[in-house]
Each structure stands twice: as structure tokens, then as C-alpha cells.
Design a protein around this ligand. Structure first.
Ligand SMILES: Nc1ncnc2c1ncn2[C@@H]1O[C@H](COP(=O)(O)OP(=O)(O)O)[C@@H](O)[C@H]1O
Ligand SMILES: [Mg+2]
Length: 118
């Protein structure tokens, strides 16, 4: 269902601030599997989530969801296949909408006929 193939990303390559955030990450998850990614501050957890969601693209490697290669698909396209809840409750939500409306928006994804937020 979710396959990560040899993902690597380096920030600020070739500069004194160079940081190899991910190096050759491989992961294969099937539907229904529950996985916790644990790592110290700066280990690369958020970078990994950003690669999966499409907020960032890797330098090397591929992200596949349901056998579709989405490595370079932007977040809004990938959102048909994958969702994300942020650690910061103000991220990823529409602050001018109610909680119910935010939930309805997520629920109605890909169901245009359900989207009625008048
Ligand atoms: N946009 C960025 N530019 C430069 N360095 C970054 C950027 N994002 C993350 N990093 C660096 O990459 C490493 C991994 O960061 P991050 O994925 O946020 O770790 P975690 O979420 O596990 O705390 C850290 O050293 C961080 O400083
Ligand atoms: Mg983080």
C-alpha cells in the first residue's frame, strides 16, 4: 500500500550547513498496519512525513501509494490517496471554519457532491 524506495534527501548540499536528513530509507506497509516512527529531535521524522505527503520531494528514491508512483506529485493531488494530521493543531486546518466544517471538508474529499459549506 505504501512503499518507500531508497529515499534520500540532503538539505543545503555543498554548504557548511549541509544536512543528510534521510539516507536510503526503505519501508513497505500494507493496509491496516500500524507503525510508529520514533527518533530523537532532528532524526528526520518530519522530513519523512513531508516526503510521504508530498510537501517535499526526495533527491533520490520513490514514494509509491497503492502501486502508484507519487514521488513528484504535489500534495493536493496525492491527497486523493493519503491524509495527514499535524502535530500543530493550527497546521492543516482551516482556522475560519468550525471543527465540524473542517471534518466535513476532509470527509468530502473526492466526493464533490457532498461538499456544501454555505
Ligand atoms: N527545510 C530544511 N532546511 C534545512 N534543514 C532542514 C530542513 N528541514 C529539516 N532540516 C534538518 O534536517 C534534520 C531532520 O529534521 P526533521 O525531519 O525536522 O527532524 P525531526 O522531525 O525528527 O525532529 C534536522 O537536522 C533539521 O535541522
Ligand atoms: Mg518533527
Amino acid at each position: 500500500m505504501l512503499d518507500l524506495h531508497q529515499l534520500s534527501v540532503t538539505f543545503n548540499e555543498g554548504t557548511p550547513d549541509e544536512k543528510k536528513a534521510l539516507q536510503n530509507i526503505n519501508l513497505s506497509l500494507q493496509a491496516g498496519q500500524f507503525v510508529t516512527i520514533i527518533g530523537s529531535n532532528g532524526a528526520g521524522k518530519s522530513t519523512l512525513m513531508n516526503m510521504i505527503s508530498g510537501a517535499l520531494t526526495p533527491d533520490v528514491g520513490d514514494v509509491m501509494i497503492d502501486n502508484r508512483t507519487v514521488t513528484f506529485e504535489p500534495e493536493y493531488k496525492r491527497s486523493q490517496l493519503i491524509g495527514r494530521v499535524f502535530q500543530d493543531p493550527m497546521a492543516g486546518t482551516a482556522p475560519s471554519m468550525t471543527i465540524e466544517e473542517n471534518l466535513a471538508l476532509a470527509y468530502s474529499r473526492n466526493k464533490k457532491e457532498l461538499l456544501n459549506l454555505e
